[in-house]
Write a new protein. Structure first.
Length: 217
């Protein structure tokens, strides 16, 4: 493994960078320089967040930068990589990111009193074709299969799922590696197992499927 460098953590919908406080402390103890990127996840646009992330990464200097995005944050990472990838970025891990669409969001958008919960950025992702991301960037995706979360209240969420996002929705077409862990959507923000797997991918380009007790998915 190479020496850890800069890692930028990107939060999801209705969140802020502070949600990664525990994971940042764990990463810092392992030698990483951590940075939390915050953006307007509800009222802001997807492209606006992506462009702001690109500027944030570019300001970190010329050294290698790694990305870790949770949920909508993973979509912001993908949009940035497609629009204006900073040359420092080589690898990214997406945690529970609904790359292939979101059944939960689609249901909410059909309900006038609840559609505002989805936010502009996620709504924009759902109606766009999948962006073309530079193949030079290694992307790993982590999905959860513990079905506990508010998504259970919405009819028809495909199984397996993490309580909000289905495993099938996390499978990015250009993924380098994919792994499913026994966590819920929100647990990914604090899970030690998720952090171990994310770090393993960012440093090696693959998940540690033997440690997870599962074959490559």
């Amino acid at each position: 493994m190479t020496t850890p460098g800069d890692i930028v953590l990107v939060h999801g919908l209705w969140m802020h960078g502070w949600v990664f406080a525990l994971q940042r402390r764990r990463l810092q103890r392992r030698g990483w320089r951590t940075h939390a990127f915050s953006y307007r996840s509800v009222r802001g646009t997807l492209d606006g967040a992506a462009d702001a992330l690109a500027e944030f990464v570019a300001a970190l200097g010329d050294g290698p930068v790694f990305l870790l995005g949770h949920s909508l944050g993973g979509l912001v990472v993908l949009d940035m990589l497609a629009r204006r990838r900073p040359p420092q970025v080589a690898r990214a891990v997406l945690l529970g990111a609904p790359c292939q669409g979101s059944h939960s969001a689609a249901v909410l958008l059909r309900l006038p009193l609840l559609r505002g919960l989805v936010g502009r950025g996620l709504a924009q992702w759902l109606v766009r074709p999948l962006p073309q991301v530079d193949a030079a960037v290694d992307i790993g995706t982590i999905a959860g299969n513990r079905p506990l979360g508010s998504g259970r209240l919405l009819p028809g969420l495909p199984r397996p799922n993490d309580g909000m996002v289905a495993v099938s929705e996390t499978r990015w077409p250009g993924v380098r590696d994919h792994i499913v862990l026994p966590v819920t959507h929100s647990q990914m923000l604090v899970s030690r197992a998720c952090l171990e797997q994310a770090q393993h991918f960012l440093l090696t380009g693959a998940f540690d499927h033997r440690a997870a007790g599962a074959p490559p998915a």
